[in-house]
Design a protein around this ligand. Structure first.
Ligand code: FAD
Length: 440
């Protein structure tokens, strides 16, 4: 059997490695148009800030590694131009030599990922305007910083990447203004939680402009719709991503309602010999079962592994996801999972909302405020979603709530959880217990 994989970052390499573990004899080939493979995109902001000293730490694997460890042939600088479904082959261009050739597959895995969304801003092509999607983007930002020593920057967009970049530029001594087109910060948070986050950030004197629509980028900063200039010698645009689906679309594969590639719960496309994974696919909410687009490294790795399993005869089912996300900005952690209040109301749930403010550990051990917003369904007494903002232990609480939602616990059952307790970690009754007690 010959397996061809398109794309060699999180989804593609997970799929190929799993396929190899299941099948010793298959020929496995990966085509990647860029030069960097299997890297940690999530670590890129910390390379910019210097916490990650060398880019090599984020790109530890080479084509030689995949050959030696897995007997997988990874061809970098090779772009797949076309998929011929009927002939079961792909047309590839060697970007170094310009040679174009075809390669035949028995099974094909599409893991073409996503690209930065480019908003319609005049001057976006200027040399001081950057996106952060891959290793080369991060290197370009670093080079600009080294060469020009900017003192000011504008970050456009307040998703997790915008915040992470802001924090890391500040760590380099650059003064940053955060600019957001919407009336609230961070798409995943409800407006009330976003306000709370804004309050915490104000205490740290971070200039944040909301309802600020950037219309032009210049060498001096960005110009907003009202004509004002927000100064910034460098501009980072972090306004989301869109799936790379042109190859799949042109091959005749079906896209979903979100515009990403449609797969079934085994990661199979409408062609039984073509599977797909990672940021190029549409997944679905495990709460509503409805399609959504949630491009995350956690999901790319899982869906990649499922592809590798199923393409080699397995039968693993992907249950969907809760859109769980977490990020930190300075000492503040922000996590969310499941439906927001706004989404739950839109879905027609009769929601019960709790805002639970509790210390993350006892005051005598330095406990600090943690705000948990829980969104529950009155009819079933089960959680639909949670948003948490705090300092320490946000990740632990978020993951426990993920588990409770995943296994369908009722709010009355939260109190039964025998959670670990000692002063450095929590309070005797944990904020999770309290959330259940208030909701019950
Ligand atoms: P990609 O990483 O987009 O890789 C797809 C690859 O396919 C690319 O290298 C591309 O060149 C190649 N390709 C595309 N078309 C072709 C073609 N025609 N021929 C050959 N090759 C092709 N996720 C989290 O869960 N947590 C985080 O904290 C987090 N932080 C992040 C921070 C940053 C700054 C960024 C950029 C992302 C972050 N992510 C995070 C998201 C995570 O990095 C992505 O979800 C993950 O990289 C997706 O992997 P992928 O393999 O699906 O796609």
């Amino acid at each position: 059997m010959k397996i061809i994989v398109i794309g060699a970052v999180a989804g593609g390499t997970s799929a190929a490695a799993k396929a190899r573990r299941n099948d010793d004899s298959a020929e496995i080939v990966i085509y990647e148009k860029d030069q960097d493979i299997s890297y940690s995109g999530c670590g890129l902001p910390y390379f910019i800030g210097g916490k990650v000293a060398s880019i090599m730490e984020l790109t530890p694997r080479t084509p030689e590694f995949f050959k030696t460890k897995y007997n997988i042939d990874v061809h970098i600088h090779h772009e797949v131009l076309k998929i011929n479904i009927c002939d079961k082959n792909v047309i590839i261009k060697n970007l170094e030599t310009g040679a174009i050739f075809e390669d035949r597959y028995d099974k094909l895995i599409i893991s073409t990922g996503a690209q930065a969304f480019v908003p319609p801003i005049k001057g976006i092509e200027l040399e001081n305007v950057f996106f952060l999607r891959n290793v080369q983007d991060a290197l370009k930002i670093k080079t600009f910083m080294n060469n020009h020593k900017p003192q000011t920057a504008v970050v456009v967009g307040t998703g997790f990447i915008g915040f992470e970049v802001m924090e890391n530029l500040l760590a380099c001594g650059i003064q940053v203004t955060l600019v957001e087109r919407a009336g609230k910060l961070t798409p995943n948070l409800d407006a009330d939680m976003s306000q709370y986050l804004e309050k915490l950030l104000k205490q740290k004197a971070i200039p944040i402009l909301k309802n600020a629509n950037v219309v032009e980028a210049t060498a001096q900063g960005v110009i907003l719709e009202d004509g004002s200039l927000v100064p910034g010698e460098m501009i980072i645009v972090a306004t989301g991503v869109k799936p790379n689906v042109s190859l799949a679309r042109e091959a005749g594969l079906l896209l979903g309602v979100t515009g990403a590639l449609r797969v079934d719960e085994r990661m199979m496309t409408i062609d039984t010999d073509i599977y797909a994974c990672g940021d190029c696919i549409e997944t679905w909410s495990s709460v509503t079962k409805k399609p959504h687009y949630r491009p995350l490294g956690s999901t790319a790795n899982k869906t990649g592994r499922i592809c590798g399993e199923n393409i080699t005869g397995g039968n693993v089912i992907y249950p969907g996801n809760l859109s769980t996300g977490i990020f930190k900005v300075f000492d503040i952690s922000i996590g969310s999972t499941g439906l927001s209040e706004a989404e739950a109301l839109k879905e027609g749930y009769d929601v019960e909302i709790v805002h639970n403010i509790k210390p993350d550990k006892p005051g005598y051990y330095g406990g600090r405020e943690m705000l948990i917003k829980a969104i529950a369904d009155r009819a079933t007494q089960k959680l639909l979603g949670v948003q948490i903002i705090g300092y320490e232990g946000v990740d632990k609480r978020l993951d426990v709530f993920v588990t409770l939602i995943t296994y369908g616990a009722t709010v009355a059952e939260f109190f039964d959880l025998d959670l670990g307790y000692a002063p450095p970690f929590s309070t005797t009754k944990d904020p999770i217990h309290y959330t259940g007690m208030i909701l019950d």
